[in-house]
Design a protein around this ligand. Sequence first.
Ligand code: ZN
Ligand code: ZN
Length: 67
Amino acid sequence: MSKKKSYCCEMMKTNTSFNCDLHVDKYDCPDTLIDHNIESSYFSIIIHDGGTSGIEINFCPWCGSKL
Ligand SMILES: [Zn+2]
Ligand SMILES: [Zn+2]
């Protein structure tokens, strides 16, 4: 069993990981597209409306893999 979550593709990995010098929260950062909830292990597309809303997705928007 691996603790490290593997991503289906590089796009998913890049857009899920948050490293931005300008924003403290990923929901504030327009460059961060996907939120990965570790506890529930679901992925959601962040809606940048100033809040913390997102649309849960079951498939990767880039490669189409089931998440
Ligand atoms: Zn993918
Ligand atoms: Zn940012």
